[in-house]
Design a protein around this ligand. Structure first.
Ligand SMILES: [Zn+2]
Length: 99
C-alpha cells in the first residue's frame, strides 16, 4: 500500500528522495554462513561525564556564557518592588509579616 502510494506520487517526489528509493531496487542477500559474520563486540557505551548528575554537588553546567547572558544577569529585576539590581529573595523592601 505504501509502495503503491509512492508509485502514484512518483512525479512529485524530489530527485533526492528518488535516489533514496533507488537504493532498494537492489536486492540484499543475507550472509547464510554465520562463521562469515564479522565479530560482534557488544554494544559499547561511551557515557559523557559532563552529563552525569552528581548526587552531592550541583549538576555540571554545559552552558557557554556569552555577552547576551551577561546582560540578562545584570538586568535581574525584583518581583516584589520591581527595582532592577536585586531579586525577590534579596529585596530590601520586603513586607514584614507582623503587619
Ligand atoms: Zn525589591
Amino acid at each position: 500500500m505504501l509502495m503503491a502510494a509512492i508509485e502514484k506520487n512518483r512525479e512529485g517526489i524530489p530527485k533526492m528522495l528518488e535516489a533514496v528509493f533507488r537504493v532498494y531496487e537492489t536486492e540484499f542477500s543475507p550472509i547464510l554462513d554465520e562463521s562469515l559474520w564479522s565479530e560482534w563486540y557488544k554494544t559499547l557505551l561511551c557515557p559523557n561525564p559532563l552529563m552525569r548528575r552528581k548526587t552531592t554537588e550541583k549538576p555540571v553546567s554545559t552552558k557557554f556564557w556569552n555577552d547576551m547572558d551577561d546582560v540578562e544577569r545584570q538586568e535581574k529585576r525584583c518581583g516584589l518592588c520591581g527595582q532592577v539590581g536585586h531579586t525577590r529573595r534579596g529585596c530590601p523592601n520586603q513586607p514584614t509579616d507582623d503587619a
